[in-house]
Design a binder for this molecule. Structure first.
Ligand SMILES: Nc1nc2c(ncn2[C@@H]2O[C@H](COP(=O)(O)OP(=O)(O)OP(=O)(O)O)[C@@H](O)[C@H]2O)c(=O)[nH]1
Length: 354
């Protein structure tokens, strides 16, 4: 009996390190009419949540879990949000969605997230295990696996490993990354996001040979005792990681901003794990989404429109050991400049930051 036929609603966990392409993959899945009946929960690290704004024009229910990481600070909120989704579905306030996808933060340890769902008596009776889908960045993935234990855990627990950004990949890192992933997780298929034949239904499909109730205990999805993994340098991070959110309520000059961001990531990319934002650019009606992952600045993308009346430009940075105040001061110096040249104060702060 397939799980969908059993009446239990599969919960799929979409995980993967910061900036590895979770939201991009989620948008691709939700754009497929086959997944129209999907409820989505998005969790973000950082006080301004942006992903729900970046996932544009999605039918269905989308819930943003605010103010912290789902694996440590908002576990209760996750369980409550799932219960609420279910009860609204039952009372007809929501369409009868047939699966849930949770997009975790890029820093989430997936094990506590999964245990949270298993531990909740209400959820256990209505939901069942779907797949853990883990995105791995072909450009930054090896370095992230070397440095961050979360990245290893995310790869190890995956039912499906999706290597992203293979279109940007240089040199022979691809093979080394593949070998590392195989060591961490010998069983999960390793797929490429760029593969035109990537079968999305195989990502969110559920184990068809298990009954819903047995899958809760047998699948790796619900793991009581997380396996112990140690990053290659033997150091678990966490303490030094922080996030800062910046906003600016006047139109931004793209040339100056692009220069500021490029210099910043160039100089401090090692310690800037992620930057993302929505910008209100001078002379542009539509907002522009900007993304950076360590030293990599992605091509900015024009969004279809503003997600709300709010036209404020918003940026979120996730930092590892970099002084957030200094970054803020540099940003303020940048925003005070009226000319499209790099304001010297911002420049010198970037250069001076240690
Ligand atoms: N070239 C290329 N860019 C990609 C690919 N996948 C994602 N990106 C880009 O990588 C950047 C980050 O992608 P997101 O989907 O926002 O990553 P994320 O994992 O959701 O990020 P966080 O939620 O902050 O952890 C965006 O600019 C994407 O367009 C890919 O396969 N190829």
């Amino acid at each position: 009996m397939s799980i969908e036929a059993s009446g239990f609603l599969p919960i799929n966990l979409l995980t993967g390190f910061l900036g590895s392409g979770k939201t991009t993959l989620l948008k691709r899945i939700l754009a497929d009419p086959a997944f129209a009946d999907t409820a989505v929960l998005i969790n973000e690290f950082g006080e301004i949540g942006l992903d729900h704004d970046l996932v544009e024009s999605v039918d269905g229910e989308m819930v943003l879990l605010h103010s912290g990481c789902v694996c440590c600070t908002v576990r209760g909120e996750l369980a409550a949000a799932l219960r609420e989704l279910y009860s609204r579905r039952e009372s007809g306030l929501l369409p009868p969605f047939r699966r849930v996808i949770i997009e975790s933060t890029g820093l989430a340890d997936p094990f506590p997230v999964l245990s949270t769902i298993k531990a909740d008596p209400v959820l256990r009776h209505h939901f069942c295990a779907g797949n853990v889908i883990t995105t791995v960045d072909a450009v930054n993935g090896l370095r992230q696996l070397d440095t961050y234990i979360e990245s290893n855990r995310q790869a190890a627990i995956a039912d499906r490993l999706i290597v992203t950004k293979t279109d940007l990949e240089a040199g022979c890192e691809g093979e080394a990354l593949q070998a590392r992933l195989r060591t961490l997780n010998p069983d999960a298929p390793i797929l490429r996001a760029a593969d035109p034949d990537l079968d999305l239904s195989s990502l969110v499909a559920v184990q068809s040979n298990l009954s819903a109730s047995s899958s809760l205990s047998q699948s790796g999805f619900y793991c009581e005792e997380p396996m112990q993994l140690v990053s290659s340098d033997g150091v678990a991070h966490q303490a030094a990681i922080s996030s800062i959110s910046l906003s600016i309520n006047q139109p931004v000059d793209w040339t100056a901003f692009g220069l500021w961001l490029t210099m910043l990531l160039n100089r401090h990319g090692e310690r800037i794990l992620r930057v993302k934002g929505i910008l209100n650019l001078s002379g542009e009606e539509r907002p522009v989404a900007v993304h950076g992952v360590q030293h990599l600045v992605h091509t900015p993308v024009h969004m279809d429109g503003w997600p709300s009346e709010d036209r404020t430009s918003r940026l979120v940075f996730i930092l590892d050991g970099l002084d957030g105040d200094l970054l803020k001061r540099s940003f303020v110096a940048f925003t005070l400049a009226r000319m499209p040249q790099m304001p010297s104060a911002a420049y010198s702060m970037i250069a001076a930051a240690r």
